[in-house]
Design a protein around this ligand. Structure first.
Ligand SMILES: C[S@@+](CC[C@H](N)C(=O)[O-])C[C@H]1O[C@@H](n2cnc3c(N)ncnc32)[C@H](O)[C@@H]1O
Length: 301
């Protein structure tokens, strides 16, 4: 049993074993610059599990009984930093250009469904931001294109016949639970203007709870982006600040999977520090000011 003060210093081969396991399980790549972080998180788990050596812990991780511990280790290794309305220029492009284009084309085809996916959603700020922007864009679209449907009272957030589904997925169960709960402290709300706070949040004590109507648009679920079978038929995918933890080979594989998960001419948003440049020729980059996105190219035979 590990003594409480025991500090395990991993040897290079031990570190390599663990790096390989983590990479195979979830695609996260820990190069020498991030080895210290890996070492630190591993110490915590080894202490918690009360095992006496790295090898006992490693054997546990790869055993059938170790599935739960592997999930916990991966949770400890993810970086979950996020915020509402993160990267405003990109969201402006999403709101004013992408949604406008999608709604207009869908209306022409009389297809009144929108399916969006926040892949690597962390504690939910990203998918709820998407939901607020979609609700706005759709109200504006419906004003200009009245459907003739009589609206129920009180007016629903999404006017029929439109249907909006936002899938929010992550590999970390604890962030998924927080997103599902949808309750945020004041310091999380600094980027949410008062107009949005009033419309989409209830004040509960000193915290803000996402209102039921907005919450109903977002469905939280576990998906590991490393796996082959990922949610299909999306009009838009947000996968921001996730790929930066993968190496180039894994990034290429993920982009290929996103290509297959998108509807024709669908859109992919990646983080500010991420790019598809040099990784694929199956997307066209679009931009407004400093906001960028990628549109799936039609395959011509
Ligand atoms: C830095 S957060 C980004 C949150 C949000 N997309 C944003 O930009 O604000 C990265 C998230 O990706 C998740 N993640 C990392 N590897 C993943 C994988 N293989 N499958 C699914 N989610 C993953 C992490 O758990 C974490 O919550």
């Amino acid at each position: 049993m590990a003594s409480p003060g025991l500090q395990l210093q991993l040897s290079d081969p031990e570190l390599k074993l663990l790096q390989t396991l983590v990479y195979q399980e979830c695609g996260m790549h820990f190069d020498s610059r991030r080895a210290h972080f890996l070492q630190d998180r591993l110490q915590r788990r080894i202490k918690e599990c009360q095992v006496d050596s790295f090898y006992s812990y490693y054997r546990l991780l790869i055993s059938p009984q170790g599935k739960e511990e592997l999930t916990k280790l991966l949770e400890n290794l993810t970086v979950n930093e996020t915020s509402f309305f993160r990267n405003k220029a990109q969201l402006e492009l999403f709101h004013k250009h992408v949604l406008d284009d999608l709604l207009r084309r869908k209306q022409e085809k009389r297809d009144f469904s929108l399916r969006l996916w926040s892949a690597g959603c962390s504690t939910g700020q990203e998918p709820y931001t998407m939901a607020m922007l979609v609700a706005d864009a759709l109200s504006y679209h419906c004003l200009r294109n009245p459907s003739g449907h009589e609206l129920p009272v009180p007016k629903p957030l999404i006017a029929p016949p439109w249907k909006v589904e936002i899938l929010a997925s992550d590999i970390n169960y604890s962030v998924l639970r927080a997103g599902q709960e949808g309750i945020y402290a004041e310091h999380h709300m600094s980027s949410v203007d008062y107009n949005y706070r009033l419309r989409h949040f209830d004040k509960v004590g000193d915290r803000y709870a996402v209102k039921k109507a907005l919450k109903e648009l977002v469905h939280f679920d576990f998906h590991n982006l490393k796996t082959e079978y990922l949610p299909q038929h999306n009009d838009v995918i947000f996968c921001r600040n996730v790929m930066m933890y993968f190496d180039e080979a894994e990034q290429k594989r993920l982009i290929e999977k996103f290509f297959r998960c998108l509807n024709p001419t669908g859109y992919l948003f990646v983080g500010h520090a991420e790019s598809l440049l040099g990784l694929t020729d199956k997307f066209n980059m679009i931009y407004r000011d400093t906001g960028t996105a990628y549109q799936k190219l039609e395959v011509t035979s």
